[in-house]
Design a protein around this ligand. Sequence first.
Ligand code: PMP
Length: 450
Amino acid sequence: MTRTYLIKPVLDHKYSFITHGEGIYLYDEQGKQYIDGSSGAVTASIGHGVQEITDAMKEQSEKVSFVYRSQFSTEVAEQLAKKISQISPGDLNWSFFVNSGSEATEMAMKIAIQYWQEKGMNTKNKIISRWMSYHGMTMGALSMSGHIQRRERFELMLENYPSVSAPYYYRDVNYRTIEECDDYYAQELEKEILRVGKDHIAAFIAEPMVGAAGGALTPSNGYFQKIKSVCDEYNILFIADEVMTGLGRTGKMFGMEHFDVTPDIMAIGKGMSAGYTPMAATVVSEKVMEPIRSGSKVVMGGHTFSANPQSAATSLAVLNYIEKHHLVENSARQGAYLKEKINELAEESEIIGDVRGKGLFVGVEFVEDKLTKKSFESRLNVANKIVEANFEQGLLVYPANAGADGLTGDAVILSPPLTITMEEVDELVKRFGVALEKIEQELLGTLSKN
Ligand code: PMP
């Protein structure tokens, strides 16, 4: 090919071309096989090329792919909303369908603001979030995100929402117990609410486990209960961003279920359609819908492709597949095994500082010095080096930023399809180990020369 017309993430990078996928594997045009160890940014949750899904997609496209939602609904979109209500905790019964995780979190923010408006409290229109967080690239979603590199160019146009810490015990625990850390995080939230004024805050948003901006940062069992009780005390809605952690990824259907807290609003995406079509949703509780249903009766959000039958049929097939093949249980089982194996590597490794996560959502943080937990200098770009070394070995892993300042800190997330078998986990770990050894020698060589 002489030139490209496609704007890709890095313009002068030479990308390999993927020709097909099967199960946990992807194949490029040279015939090289990759284990999709990140499920393509934590998305391809049921693996590639699953015929049950492609059959359902074909069947729906032969009926009807698109209808205008201002005039019609479809049975399949109704069924999908019902299914989500059945699998969601508490009374999260209402779904607004969108096309991406960014739209789902942005819609969550808008519905939270609308909820207070319907109750006559128009000043409650700000969102509190956490610096180590990523909620998407649209302006509202980015306003709630603390991902510094992604905010940088648009900073002047963004609301400055993120304001409190996410639990990051690996770096805090030297100074406080986990319980003390959690108390500190809850107090920090309370202080922020008092600073901004509770009558100006519509909602607090958090990822159950921080993904892209933290590398599977995992809270204690008690963290979210403390946070939720602060939200309740000051009349602030709680939004869970389950775009990465939802639909079985962490070994439970939703990440928040680990912490026994039910959100008022939940955003889901990625694994919801497992990448077969774009599909995401904002899931809303009865409590939040009630004043809207008895008030204006209109949820403001006019997305053309919202609830389109083609994506609805795909997603419904994916959710049924997850249930039928017990993939949530498999995620818990294989995830525990994967984490155990990575922990074994970590013991031998001089640069793995922390292994964290739940289910098939395992974060690995790399440090220059395990004792002091000193991070590598950002110029060394270690997370990307790890990704590249794994790529060479035929393993795809997801780079994540693990620095509380948003600039330093290197982590990767291992999040293979929920269908992975024990033998496949062994193969994944083997490839990861080879890449690790190579990069470790290279890095330690570089450091000793300096
Ligand atoms: N929320 C979280 C937690 C995410 O990880 C992402 C994507 N990485 C998003 C929202 C945005 O989703 P999308 O890329 O589908 O817009």
